[in-house]
Design a protein around this ligand. Sequence first.
Ligand SMILES: Cc1cc2nc3c(=O)[nH]c(=O)nc-3n(C[C@H](O)[C@H](O)[C@H](O)COP(=O)(O)OP(=O)(O)OC[C@H]3O[C@@H](n4cnc5c(N)ncnc54)[C@H](O)[C@@H]3O)c2cc1C
Length: 269
Amino acid sequence: MDLVTVRTVRTPSHRDQLVLAPGERPLGGGTWLFSEEQPGLTGLVDLTTLGWPDVERSDDVLTIAATCTIAALQRVDPEPDWLAWSLVGRCANALLASFKVWNVATVGGNVGVALPAGAMIALLVTLDAEAVVWTPSGGERRTPVAALVTGVRELALEDGEVIRAFAVPTSALRARTASRRTSLSPHGRSGALVTARWDDDGFVLVVTAATPRPLVLRWPAVPDAVSVRAAMDAHDDWYDDPHGSPDWRRGVSTRFALELRDEAAGGAA
Ligand SMILES: Cc1cc2nc3c(=O)[nH]c(=O)nc-3n(C[C@H](O)[C@H](O)[C@H](O)COP(=O)(O)OP(=O)(O)OC[C@H]3O[C@@H](n4cnc5c(N)ncnc54)[C@H](O)[C@@H]3O)c2cc1C
């Protein structure tokens, strides 16, 4: 839709042009920004003109640029031991999005919207990724993506801060993963997305779409079913919207969590 309040669209080529003026917001792919009214928005700053490489590899970290599109992330050729890479495709497919959205929507934009059904959030949290945040003063800080998303459409970002990238530890990429997803209708928005990652260092379970913000549960080893059920029962903040009631979301998420535990306990890939 037309954003009739927008007066300027800036296309920076250097970081010093990235300072956001009052009323300006960063523009990723624009698939959410242009999908609804944006009260108070007077300017856009297009991050895609900064020319950040989609991904950069080192021995320890895979750095995914905030501007990397979901489609480009799926085209990355993984290292042979990145068992967890299949989670990228599974999370991309968890979005209620056609391939046209994938080709434009950015990983940073998906996190930036901070919707419960933000499947790139699920991916990054499951892989223990840190967000690399550029501060308006020219500095940089890092924060786990799990701590960055604080609620529905809420991020722990100060005014003027921009997500530059996501740092994914390659140790997490070498772990095994599995996921379960459901929605109320065959092609509906996710009502629950439960992901798990496990290796010799432990078992991580992440619930998104069913909760206002990611629920992250960790154990030093694959837990027994009683522990998983108890942890899920102890959680009392389940999301309520037309894509599912809290009780339904709690029920399906708990079932999925137990299935993923069984899969990990059985040693399945
Ligand atoms: C058909 C369709 C289906 C969709 N399905 C889903 C779905 O299932 N789940 C879901 O979560 N979303 C969904 N969306 C919403 C949206 O398209 C996605 O969340 C998408 O990933 C947003 O990415 P983008 O790059 O287009 O973000 P943009 O629209 O460019 O930006 C989104 C928000 O993030 C901010 N932002 C962007 N980049 C940064 C950055 N680097 N640092 C800080 N802030 C930033 C922007 O200022 C804006 O507030 C859907 C949209 C459509 C049109």
